[in-house]
Design a protein around this ligand. Structure first.
Ligand SMILES: Nc1ncnc2c1ncn2[C@@H]1O[C@H](COP(=O)(O)OP(=O)(O)OP(=O)(O)O)[C@@H](O)[C@H]1O
Ligand SMILES: [Mg+2]
Length: 587
């Protein structure tokens, strides 16, 4: 069932696979012109920047001794000019890359969200939603950052290192060789620290994802927590996750913190070496050259470090890409089959033919179930909790695929028709009446995007919601907070009920649609409903039997399948399960 709970780390240490990177390039292709432009601009900035030490060397060795102040000022101005041009160029680059980065984030998120929307219920049944959020928000940010800044920086820093080398060797190849002595030492230091650092941050990412998974669950269940005064136990779990997160963070930061000092020590030693070699060992090295070479050496370590950093980001990005592509590849197995046809306007005959269904391997919920409903009939499904009533109506809207057998509407197997043509003709009111943040009117309009205010009002009137909506200060414009917490459960049900009706469905499915509504309102609602049900096939699930007595047929669903079927009077006369249920209720 649960494939990844809050206490199980995401897999981020999978081996490197180039195919993810290839796939990621698809997202970058669109922006290659801008990226190449940024690359060229930055390359120009690097070369211009590297002229600096040459100017300094020339000033110290040739101009300073002659006391040619005019020339000195000119050279200083040139240095300043280099800095200004550099700042300008890097601004342009940074702006371009920020735009490209945000565009890439937008593109990936769009695809991911579109896919998430199409993923079957199954997917959400078995994953903590907090972790899905981390993927969509954090991972995509990191990926986009690498794909834009990361790749360009990598190219540039490689370029940078090469050019610094060239400039150093041009200036004085012997001194350049001295500097090169430091490279293996530095490489060893960087690689060992970086490796630990990467593992450290990966762990941080994992622990944060766990924390998020739990936090999300905690927020969703905050009321229940307080009701059962489970705060302490939850605190304990949260403290554990929080503690883990902090510990791994501190460990990762430790590696961050020792990185620069270690590099500084190596760099400083090399600088000493440069001075010693220039002043005492290598003959004929001018003071200006020593200063300029030590400047180049200082500039050399930065790109070196950046490349090592990028290597880390690269490894992480691959792992993140894998998680994102895994999500994108998650099969939408409830989807239009190849050559799916459009379901013609529904008349309303519904038939289950030897349907067997299970949510997962652990238990078969429906076994070899068959029944037939004629157009326009109203059917009530009653029976014990967990018997499979909601499951049956879920299958009519094809929220899940059947394992075997078939569900037919007007004789057409619904597995062969497009989901759009099927679901757009159905009105489904699920057991948990969900409202979105937005106004009351927007929530009702969700059922039919082009519904007029009059249609919305009419639907609300039928379900007896108009009265309480009007009583709000802003009426239909009242803003409902997320999940409708400011509404009573019954009000929420009535709004979702109106939403279902406004879509004018040919098949209406009401799963416990009126369970939270008071008896008086329910009686009124039933009168309105009688008109609505005319000419539509309807499935009504209700534990309150008064709601369903007038239905054309009542089906009793038990763990063994449908055991009784008939009108209220027929089933009472039969003195079977329904009779027992009815007597138990009215007792
Ligand atoms: N998403 C799911 N994943 C796995 N098993 C599920 C899922 N939803 C329901 N089940 C199982 O399927 C069985 C039937 O559930 P269903 O929701 O259809 O019952 P119901 O008759 O509607 O019950 P109630 O009257 O309580 O709403 C139950 O045993 C339940 O444990
Ligand atoms: Mg149910």
């Amino acid at each position: 069932m649960a494939r990844n709970k809050f206490d199980i780390d995401e897999r981020l240490d999978t081996p490197f696979d180039i195919k993810h990177l290839k796939r990621a390039f698809v997202y970058m292709k669109k922006y290659r012109k801008k990226m190449i432009m940024s690359l060229v601009i930055s390359a120009a900035a690097i070369i211009i920047g590297l002229l600096g030490p040459f100017i300094v060397q020339y000033a110290i060795d040739n101009v300073l001794p002659t006391k040619n102040y005019g020339m000195l000022i000119a050279l200083s101005a040139a240095l300043l000019g280099i800095i200004i041009v550099n700042v300008k160029l890097s601004q342009i680059r940074s702006r371009t890359m920020t735009i490209v980065g945000q565009d890439i984030i937008y593109d990936i998120r769009k695809d991911v969200f579109a896919h998430l929307q199409r993923l079957p219920f199954e997917y959400y049944d078995s994953r903590p939603h907090g972790k899905i959020l981390v993927r969509v928000v954090n991972y995509i940010n990191e990926i986009a950052d690498f794909m834009t800044n990361g790749i360009i920086t990598f190219a540039l820093e490689t370029f940078n290192v090469l050019f610094i080398l060239i400039f150093m060797f041009i200036m004085d190849w012997r001194m350049a060789c001295v500097i090169m002595l430091g490279v293996p030492v530095l490489a060893a230091v960087i690689l060992s620290i970086k490796n630990n650092q990467r593992k450290g941050w990966q762990l941080v990412s994992n622990k944060n994802s766990n924390l998020n998974g739990y936090l999300h669950e905690g927020l969703e269940g905050a009321r229940v927590t307080q009701m059962f005064t489970r705060e302490e136990e939850n605190d304990r779990i949260f403290r554990g996750l929080n503690e883990e997160s902090r510990t791994v963070w501190m460990k990762a930061v430790f590696w961050n913190n020792i990185l620069w000092p270690s590099i500084d020590i190596v760099a400083a030693s090399i600088r000493v070496l440069i001075f010693l070699a220039g002043l005492l060992v290598i003959p004929g090295v001018s003071f200006g050259t020593i200063i300029a070479m030590s400047d180049y050496a200082a500039r050399f370590w930065q790109p070196f470090m950046n490349i090592a950093n990028l290597y880390n980001n690269f490894i992480n990005t691959i792992a993140y890409l894998e998680r994102i592509f895994e999500l994108l590849d998650e099969p939408v197995n409830v989807t239009d089959i190849e050559g799916a046809t459009k379901l013609p306007p529904i008349k309303g005959a519904v038939e289950f033919k030897n349907v067997t269904f299970s949510y997962d391997e652990s238990a078969v919920i429906l076994e070899d179930l068959s029944f037939r409903i004629e157009p326009g009939e109203s059917i009530a499904l009653v029976g014990p909790t967990g018997a499979g009533k909601s499951t049956i109506v879920n299958l009519i809207s094809r929220f899940y695929n059947v394992n075997s057998g078939s569900v037919l509407i007007d004789g057409t197997d619904i597995s062969g028709v497009t989901l759009e043509s099927l679901r757009s003709q159905m009105g489904i009111m699920l057991q948990d009446s969900f409202v979105f943040s937005g106004t009351v009117e927007e929530n009702i309009r969700y059922g039919k995007l082009d519904a007029t205010p009059a249609e919305i009002r009419a639907a609300a009137q039928i379900v007896c919601a108009d009265e309480f909506i009007q009583s709000f200060a802003d009426g239909y414009e009242t803003v409902i907070t997320e999940r409708g917490t400011a509404l009573s459960q019954g009000q929420r049900q009535l709004i979702t009920f109106a939403r279902t009706l406004v879509s004018d469905p040919k098949i209406l499915i009401l799963d416990e649609a009126t369970s939270s509504i008071d008896a008086k309102t329910e009686r009124l609602l039933q009168q309105g409903l009688l008109q609505v049900l005319k000419g539509r096939t309807s499935f009504i699930i209700a534990h309150r039997l008064s709601t369903i007595q007038n239905c054309d047929k009542i089906m009793y669903v038990s763990n063994k399948g449908i055991t009784e079927c008939g009108t209220h009077e027929e089933l009472l006369a039969k003195r079977g399960d329904y009779y027992k249920l009815y007597n138990a209720r009215s007792a």
